[in-house]
Write a protein that binds this ligand. Structure first.
Ligand code: NAP
Length: 255
């Protein structure tokens, strides 16, 4: 019998793992998405969309669907689902592997200021009006309403649901990855003074950091939250090896 796998996704790593597992007879994997984007990229695995209803809901899902192993491949800033994954895995005795995506580190030419939250990032922009590029998704744009003196350009996949946004905010709807030359062009054309970013890590969205470095622009970097996890994996091949190990254990037990 194939090993039943649940992947908590919404990231490049989850999509890459989905591609690796599609059509693999040893595994029967389902990908879970929160449903934050209206038209998510199509996936080669059966996909379920929407929250589970907290850690208890996730534990119920693991039991009901007879999931053998759980992989948390969510974004470094998605801390709640990861805490739920740890609690649900513990409650159901389900092995859990969690992707750890190393953060970017500041290079000598980088001008980073670290903020602990989007609210603190808004404060760090200072009193004088600036042209600010917000590249942090759509969920925390409202935090910048406390600093209405700035002009904001916010890059998002889907428009924000909240309406309590800063008054001078323009949306740029686009989905990465982006390259360095086009990021430089965007920052120059929009006469951006400062970039606000999460420290997402990985290659897909790093070009904006390189572009800011090239132009000597400051970056307000929102620090990562504490994200609990199970056994750490850093790349998809390692996740596959972990799955193969559990598939082998299972067949040794004769299940
Ligand atoms: P979060 O704060 O950790 O999660 C909030 C709630 O959303 C969770 O409690 C859970 O609801 C539901 N949820 C989150 N991920 C889920 C998944 N993969 N499958 C099913 N339900 C999920 O997460 P978030 O920061 O809002 O991020 C939501 C999703 O977007 C994540 O899957 C993440 O990988 C992806 N993403 C996030 C960011 C970011 O900057 N935060 C960036 C890129 C992609 P219940 O408690 O009801 O189960």
């Amino acid at each position: 019998m194939p090993l039943r796998v649940l992947i908590l996704g919404g990231t490049t790593e989850a999509s890459a793992l989905a591609r690796l597992l599609a059509g693999e007879p040893r595994f029967e994997a389902t990908l879970s998405l929160a449903g934050r984007t209206a038209a998510p990229k199509s996936q080669p695995l059966p996909t379920r969309i929407g929250g589970f209803g907290g850690a208890e809901g996730l534990a119920r899902f693991l039991r009901d669907e007879r999931i053998d192993v759980l992989i948390d491949a969510t974004h470094p800033y998605a801390a709640r689902i990861s805490a739920n994954a740890v609690a649900a895995a513990r409650a159901t005795d389900t092995p859990l592997a969690s992707f750890v995506r190393p953060g970017w580190t500041a290079q000598p030419a980088d001008r980073w200021q670290i903020a602990r939250s989007a609210t603190e990032a808004a404060e760090r922009l200072g009193p004088a009006p600036r042209r600010v590029f917000l590249s942090l998704g759509r969920q925390e744009l409202h935090a910048f309403a406390v600093a209405p003196q700035h002009h904001y350009l916010a890059r998002v996949i889907d428009p924000p649901e909240r309406t309590d946004l800063p008054p001078d905010l323009r949306l740029l709807q686009a989905r990465g990855p982006f390259d360095r030359a086009s990021e430089v062009r965007l920052l120059v054309d929009e006469r951006i003074d400062v970039l606000v970013s999460k420290n997402a890590g990985g290659a897909a969205t790093y070009a904006k950091i390189e572009a800011a470095r090239e132009l000597g622009l400051p970056v307000v970097m929102i620090a990562r939250p504490d994200k609990p996890g199970g056994e750490s994996v850093t790349h998809v091949e390692q996740a596959l090896a972990w799955l193969e190990h559990h598939a082998a254990l299972r067949s040794l037990r004769g299940v």
